[in-house]
Design a protein around this ligand. Structure first.
Ligand SMILES: Cc1ncc(COP(=O)(O)O)c(C=O)c1O
Length: 375
């Protein structure tokens, strides 16, 4: 967010900014969603809805999971939330107590760590490197002094884009079930995968005691609509119902009416077009960054991020990103947010934007780096 602020300032003063720092698509919601929004403005009251979301949307989400993963899911299993961010706060409150330990991957999405800490949980950061595709393993859990109350996994992950194999996800889910650990599987980047990583596994294929998190933010290109969801085991639903009805009453009504159409075939065709563009952008970066000397990249199996080691260039990624922005107008995300230990020498590049922007960013970064090494 600090980088965004600096980028906005640079845009005002220079007008030349290319933002590769944002973790969001560069496209609006799909056309059927936009049409449904306009219709809902005329036809619907847009008052509060049921706390867990409208039946129509919960049914659409359940259908998405049935069709995508071949599992039985009903509308009753679905809890619609205010973004997946809202889902995390609710499930942490419902499932964990103050002092509970919850394991997360490092590097990882910082809001898990920050929200859990704010709620009084003890966060265990599992040191996940290239050997395990930056993902937690059963061996890491076995090495803990005692089973944690919770484990959060994200596949594809932010900031690395790496994925957990279906077998490993199943093994993690079985371990969690056997040890009384609640597995929270962040699957919000599903649908944005490359190479032979389809079909993507869901934790509910192995354990219906786990919690699956989804969102319209990433694949569905609807970040600002603030709509996410969870698949939750029955035991957690009463607590979630009480918490959600007190804390938010319901997720945004207009977004719910509209999002029903995010799963339409016409929407899917439009969204798959975005994924094809991400794939082209990814190929450009995976070829272009090593030519600039950024050779140590996490394998970007999915999502829209390249995560690069820049230890040969700096030991302060925040300062380096500020300098790159000042020198080139290209905004990058310093790794320090995702990895409090090693992120001072990593950087995340989002390739969710236009292909022309990726090409131009590579040219500018090339010039910047050449000038630094005196070429
Ligand atoms: C891994 C991961 N989970 C959750 C979120 C939150 O997304 P939202 O609240 O928009 O659904 C993000 C946002 O970048 C993310 O990268």
């Amino acid at each position: 967010m600090d980088v965004w602020k600096a980028a906005a300032e640079r845009a005002r003063t220079h007008g030349d900014v290319i933002v590769l720092a944002a973790g969001q698509p560069s496209t609006p919601a799909p056309a059927p969603v936009l049409r449904a929004t306009k219709a809902a403005l005329d036809a619907e009251l847009l008052g509060y809805t049921e706390t867990f979301g409208t039946h129509e949307l919960r049914e659409a989400i359940a259908g998405h999971h049935r069709a995508g993963y071949g599992i039985e899911v009903s509308a009753d299993d679905v809890v619609v939330t205010t973004g997946s961010s809202g889902a995390f706060t609710l499930i942490f409150l419902a499932a964990f107590d103050i002092g509970d330990t919850v394991a997360v991957a490092r590097p990882g999405y910082p809001a898990y760590r920050n929200t859990l800490s704010a709620l009084g949980c003890r966060v265990i950061e599992l040191d996940c490197g290239a050997q395990t595709r930056y993902q937690p393993t059963v061996e890491m859990l076995e090495a803990l002094p005692e089973p944690p109350a919770g484990l959060i996994v994200a596949s594809p992950a932010n900031p690395t884009g790496t994925m957990i194999t279906p077998d490993e996800l199943a093994a993690l889910a079985r371990w969690c079930d056997a040890h009384g650990t609640l597995l929270i599987s962040d699957e919000i980047y599903h649908g944005i995968v490359y190479g032979d990583h389809t079909p993507t596994a869901t934790a509910w294929q192995t354990s219906r005691e786990s919690v699956v998190i989804g969102s319209v933010s990433k694949y569905f290109s609807m970040t600002g609509w603030r709509l996410g969801w969870m698949l939750v085991p029955p035991g957690l639903r009463p607590a979630l119902q009480r918490l959600a009805s007190n804390m938010t009453v319901c997720p945004p009504a207009i977004s719910q009416y509209a999002a029903v159409h995010a799963f339409d075939p016409e929407s899917r065709a439009e969204l798959d077009g975005h994924v094809r563009r991400y794939a082209r952008n990814r190929a450009l970066l995976l070829e272009g960054l090593p030519e600039l000397g950024l050779t140590d990249l996490a394998p970007a199996d999915g999502a829209f991020y390249a995560y690069a080691d820049i230890s040969h260039l700096t030991d302060n990624s925040t300062r380096w990103c500020a300098d790159v922005l000042a020198g080139t107008g290209v905004a990058l995300a310093p790794g320090i947010d995702f990895d409090t230990r090693d992120g001072s020498h990593t950087v995340r590049l989002s390739f969710a934007g236009a292909t022309a922007d990726i090409e131009e960013a590579l040219v500018r970064l090339g010039r910047y780096l050449d000038a630094r090494v005196g070429k």
